[in-house]
Ligand binder design. Sequence first.
Ligand SMILES: Cc1ncc(COP(=O)(O)O)c(C=O)c1O
Length: 397
Amino acid sequence: MEYIFSDKLSNLKASAIREILKVTNDPSVISFAAGSPAPNAFPVEDIKRFLCDIMDNEPITALQYSITEGYPPLREAVKKRMQTQHNYVPEKDDIVITTGGQQSVELACKIFLNEGDIAVCESPSFVGSLNSAKSYNAKLVGIELDEEGIRADILEKTLEENRNVKLMYLIPNFHNPTGKCMSLERRKKVYELAQRYNVLIIEDNPYGDLRFDGEDIPTIKSMDTDGRVIYCSSFSKIVAPGLRVGFTSTAPEITAKMVACKQASDVHTTMLSQMICARFLTECDMDAHLTRLRAIYRQKYQLMADCIEKEFSSKVTFTKPQGGLFIWATVPEGADVLEFCNRAIAEKVAVVPGNAFMTDDTLPTRCFRMNFSTPTDDQIREGCAILGRISKEMFGE
Ligand SMILES: Cc1ncc(COP(=O)(O)O)c(C=O)c1O
């Protein structure tokens, strides 16, 4: 049979990262390609205790159907935590629990994007979200970043020239893939532009709690006076991605539409996972847990940064993030980053070429992403030595 898939899928391709991750299933490959938490960051003992307790005392709640908005004790715990972070205002916002942060972004795209609408994003950006926008046949316009985040001058010009921009998708904290953090001034400017041109903002913040250096910067959501920010976050990077629990905080008119669509999609997020997250928030010392995670990532980041500094060609530059899971490296002008990544794979080290994160993966880039959270310390040392040798062979000392 010849399958004729919907037009909506015409722009959608399998993620290049997923393809690279297939290679990384080979245990002999050192992978700097993932975006996963460190193996020693998982609170396994807490989760084991919660699981046993849930099965002993509330098995039917865990195994029965439930409501789409989310497990009420989890919604309450998330509201409380989001209120202290100024990302939830009881009089103005509501919370929906979603199946990972990915579903929050996908639902936000689904309820707002018509075919032909423009969605503005940072370029590069998180490919999962770009694919969500693409799957509704929206046109993506990527805007480059400088040291303070998305370039406000280009954003303003884009909004001036394109009056059908419906939303902006932004990752202000420890941006995936660059690791950059948007400055406070830039956040204010972006919000002012969103107001002036009447554009919604999807603020995606899965990494905000993973700051290991410097001071927290207020979210754009915390500045929102007119209900135009759809704040999305997740338990994936701070508890466990396999649980698949995320959430959205935004205006009740928006959450109502998201709930209607989520109902049609997966009815509700897995109850067992939601119950584990609720217990984690209410029974564990979240601050102590995050302090432990930040210490793990600070050490791993520093080790990788030191190894890059020591081993790589001096012509390769790289970002120095204050949190999150990624370093973004740039090869010299005229150099072929794909060749570099392919040579690395041939020597069993995986990094992700920058074009995997572009709105159009044929756009030129000289960058590649390195993840420091998942590899062991020995793998960081060994992998950086191999990448360093290749970089010197290709770009000189
Ligand atoms: C920026 C960004 N948003 C969303 C997600 C999706 O996370 P989740 O596992 O919560 O669906 C990721 C995952 O890597 C991400 O990097």
